[in-house]
Ligand binder design. Sequence first.
Ligand SMILES: NC(=O)c1ccc[n+]([C@@H]2O[C@H](COP(=O)([O-])OP(=O)(O)OC[C@H]3O[C@@H](n4cnc5c(N)ncnc54)[C@H](O)[C@@H]3O)[C@@H](O)[C@H]2O)c1
Length: 310
Amino acid sequence: MKNKNILITGGLGFIGSHIADELMDDNHITIIDNLSTGNIKNLKNPENDNLKIVKEDIRNSNLKELTTDIDYIFHLAAMASVPLSVENPIECNDVNVNATVELLKAAADNGVEKIVFSSSSAVYGENRNMPLKETEPLMPTSPYAASKASCELYLKSFHDSYGLNYTALRYFNVFGPKQDKNSQYAAVIPNFISALLEGKQAIIYGDGEQTRDFVYVGDVVRANIAACKSDFNGVVNVASGEKLTINRLYEIVKDTLGSDLEPDYQPERLGDIKHSLADVSGMENIDLKIDSKDFEKQLSETVNWFKTIL
Ligand SMILES: NC(=O)c1ccc[n+]([C@@H]2O[C@H](COP(=O)([O-])OP(=O)(O)OC[C@H]3O[C@@H](n4cnc5c(N)ncnc54)[C@H](O)[C@@H]3O)[C@@H](O)[C@H]2O)c1
């Protein structure tokens, strides 16, 4: 992709900053981000001449102006935490749904070529029909998941009503450099790595035999760019299609770090699902393949990055 005008909402966050870094040298990038969880330091080169950063909340910004002359939008800005959405469902709806509808309206009015939306495997919720295919019923169990499911419906309705092209990417468990380890809602991989690097016991909730489908942030970036280039309108799972138990994950992190600390098993958390696994055949629609054999190498790249920020 070259010489395109691209808007990235949430471009200072974990995933958005990786997308911005990848596209910045050859395209004109505008990032809108309120720095609620994002950070300018996430960007490799914040001074790049091709980059403009608008430090605003998407709820209060002039989206009509920001989408003028834009070719593609990567929409990632969101309240991205399930527990936070349970605490603040109204705010979650404002940020995740209302602001998205405003953005879609502005994009449709300005003739934006395509919007790629960051959705989530959380939309499957209680659906246990593994591996989960995009056509499975949505059974969200949190305001966060409901907000992502609503956005997917709005995207389809804007395609049908105004011809706005879209792909919604349902990420499974994303990991990689720049993932936040400090938030109280930090994900399992940053939690394990940072605990062991600090010489502390990592916590495993439940018996550790629950499984997750992990996907590397570099593959999520490739998925966003592939979706943008494709003429596919619809929803695509973004995952490795492999299940890993939390106990096995812990062993890999422990071996990578040469630690001999045993995990601290705590009671299962309310609302945690036992298994999550994607059917990845839908990635063909955007001409994307993710190679799960690279997991241990990707994990050690992640560990190396975490060592640099200690
Ligand atoms: N990380 C994952 O495993 C995962 C899985 C599924 C879906 N997602 C989705 O991917 C997207 C990116 O997630 P992430 O992990 O990079 O999270 P993140 O919190 O690092 O990034 C979100 C970014 O959006 C910004 N933001 C939040 N609210 C905003 C607002 N009102 N106005 C402007 N900017 C705002 C934050 O400052 C941050 O930079 C989110 O939409 C999230 O729901 C992430």
